[in-house]
Design a protein around this ligand. Sequence first.
Ligand code: ARG
Length: 578
Amino acid sequence: MFNIKHSLELLVSAAIAEATGLSNCNANVIYSSRPEFGDYQANGIMAIAKQLKSNPRELAVRVVSALQSNDLIADAQVAGPGFINLFLNDATLATAATRFAHGEQNLLGAVDHPQRIVVDYSGPNLAKEMHVGHLRGTIIGDSIVRVLEAVGHDVIRQNHVGDWGTQFGMLIAHMESLGENSTKVHTQLADLETFYREAKSRFDLEPGFADLARSYVVKLQGGDRDCLSAWQKFIDESLGHCEDIYELLGVTLSKDDLRPESFYNNELADIVNALREANMLTASEGAQCVFLEEFKGKEGTPLPAIVQKSDGGYLYATTDLAALRYRGKNLAAERVLYVVDARQSLHFQQVFAIARKAGFVPGACSLEHIAYGTMMGEDGKPFKTRSGDTVKLKELLDESVRRAHDIVSAKSPELSPEHREQISNVVGIAAVKYADLSKNRTSDYVFDWSTMLSFEGNTAPYMLYAYARIKSILRRQGEGVHPERSEVRITAVEERNLIIKILQFPEVVDVVASECYPNYLCAYLYELAGIFMRFYEACPVLKAESDLRASRVTLVSLTAATLKQGLGLLGLETLEQM
Ligand code: ARG
């Protein structure tokens, strides 16, 4: 995979080894903060000098002279207490850009070691309407799978929907009492939230209903046919809601990715047995628990993970242990990512630790909770409607499209109504997705219409508009130029900056693939758009003499391709014209 940073790390590490005899040293190559410090800088020398008790500046000088001749680094300068500033070779940059333009090299090559990666994301509870918490996980998870696939990993999506548990007894009892007439049930279930609330209030208030609900749970668990078919009807209706949202959002989850909680029902008893055989179980107040050393509550009290209740029922953790064993053993995952709300962090730490101790997953399998924060309203409290209800995602997305439509109509009244509608569909959805993806996922994030739909700053409208503008430059000024046969040249610093930025695309994607922070990609694309604008202001395209014009058109075209691919990895559609 083409990766300047990585190549520099290898070159500098080899020089360190040559100068010190130490292998596997971290050259610590980063982007330079200022042009006079070079394009990249190696900051690892100080730590190594400390370890060797030698003078860092002298060591840096020795490392620089030990650098093998190569065509990537034009100059390496020792600076400050022992930094090495690295200046890239213009000819190499121009050639690399040319090769990308000619399609000889894909902007994103494949990773050297593709992995089988299971990504668990979205996972709504089917008893209720999918809520904003699941919206975040769905959007972030979907971007992560796109990135992982783009760099060549073998990705298995798992939508761990909640389709089992005692609440379904109550819901089916309510559904059945409304009559067998499926059209009626269909209309009732159109509003899952109200349906749930009605069932719950009957459960709490109506004499006999709670018992009826409980009898349904028992029948359901006993595999009663009628009960199962009623349950299935409910699940299908509820899944239909999720699918509508997925389609509207343009996320890549399909029916094949469903691996609901109920899928693991037959494994749960065995999970508890396996834990018992591994001597990991402790009975506590009738429940079966796992106590692990590393989990302590307040004041050091032991903190159990409960895997079986005193009535014999299993829990969320039991199902997750079964799912993890399935992923490790059956799916042969080398890495499992859980894109789930940060509030479940303790749950996952416990599940991971128990699964490892019990040998449910191979030791080398990496288990990662890709946590995200809560979506907040403008009042700083978890996002709700004015009346305190959960916000219906369909309504939220429709509202975004509607607001985008108002903005587009005000901005570009000359466009045809169809065109405006098409633009607002794309912009409205992109705005919601990008607002989420561009924030550091671990923080709570404030949902705010005016910023997400603004044409200024790091927002979807800005990015989509930048892309459309670049495409229109290509249409107007690129005529007669064939980027796939043109040579890229560097004649101005703005060209050089743009080329370096474009060539850094694979580096950023690589980091997103390993650390799962899509906001890095958003920040990169936003900077790319800015660097492009500076190039375009400084470097005339149409008026340049023919070879230079071809070179510049090629850069415009590479920028467009990078933006499009990058936005695609975030799950954003682009528009050729806006
Ligand atoms: N259904 C869960 C919830 O809404 C999320 C599932 C996450 N995945 C998992 N394997 N536990 O909180």
